[in-house]
Design a protein around this ligand. Structure first.
Ligand SMILES: Cc1cc2nc3c(=O)[nH]c(=O)nc-3n(C[C@H](O)[C@H](O)[C@H](O)COP(=O)(O)O)c2cc1C
Length: 236
């Protein structure tokens, strides 16, 4: 961690319940087998849906994958990835080209992850073995695929992102943990076909949800954030 990676804890929010949730949430990539009830999942999704959206359009859907549907999707995703199949994603994420400042953040997050796992930079097999875990939803008891109506533009993604963060924090407040899985967005056609979704549906990401396994090395991953000097501007 560099000098900008310290989590400063402003005393003003020290005991604030929201601040605590926001600080404690982190992407969790190993879960206990403890089940999460359908009622709990539904309640979390209701809370997520309280997120604001432009004209209250509430874009997006959550597919809760169960049993054979989940197994089939995982098998097909793993196969597609292992055989090097390529698809065009429904939406772009990474800036092209990636500015150096962002590249550094990306590298730091990968180092945090693989460092926690004890996987060396040149250990391709070790990295691949971990990457495959994405397609298993990290064995979380709850596996979601997040979709959005294709006709939405960037604003829809913004709205859905707010709902996703709401979902993550709602889960956190119930003692549950999450990880968004953008890796799924690499295979939109495969996912649509496997889940029987129409062409009008965009595949946004997956989401793993469950009780964190506190002993898993991967869950010791800690990321940092840049300081306000880098992202706040005062204009008079
Ligand atoms: C839209 C989105 C997609 C993501 N996709 C993945 C993914 O495919 N695999 C993964 O392990 N983590 C994924 N993450 C987790 C990020 O790596 C993580 O949020 C970031 O490194 C910051 O760490 P933190 O969530 O622990 O604070 C994703 C996060 C978001 C918001």
């Amino acid at each position: 961690m560099g000098p900008h990676c310290e989590h400063r804890r402003p005393p003003v929010t020290a005991n604030d319940p929201f601040a605590q949730l926001a600080r404690e949430r982190r992407s969790t990539r190993a879960f206990l087998p403890t089940p999460v009830s359908d009622d709990t999942v539904l309640e979390l999704l209701r809370l997520a849906r309280l997120a604001p959206s432009g004209a209250n359009l509430q874009p997006g859907h959550f597919c809760v994958l169960r049993n054979a549907a989940r197994q089939r999707l995982t098998e097909r995703l793993v196969h597609a990835w292992k055989t090097g199949q390529q698809e065009t994603e429904d939406y772009s994420y990474f800036p092209q080209p990636m500015p150096m400042a962002l590249k550094r953040r990306q590298v730091a997050s990968a180092q945090a992850l693989y460092g926690a796992l004890g996987v060396a930079r040149e250990d391709r097999a070790g990295r691949d073995a971990h990457f495959e875990r994405n397609f298993h939803f990290f064995d979380a008891p709850v596996a979601l695929v997040v979709t959005m109506e294709h006709a939405f533009g960037s604003g829809g993604y913004m709205d859905l992102g707010m709902a996703l963060y709401g979902l993550m924090l709602a889960a956190q407040s119930q003692g549950l943990a999450t990880c968004a899985i953008g890796a799924l967005a690499s295979y939109p056609s495969l996912i649509r076909q496997t889940l029987g979704l129409g062409d009008h549906v965009h595949i946004v990401c997956g989401l793993a949800l469950g009780h964190a396994n506190p002993d898993a090395a991967v869950n010791q991953t800690r990321t940092c954030r840049c300081e306000p000097e880098e992202y706040v501007r005062y204009l008079d």
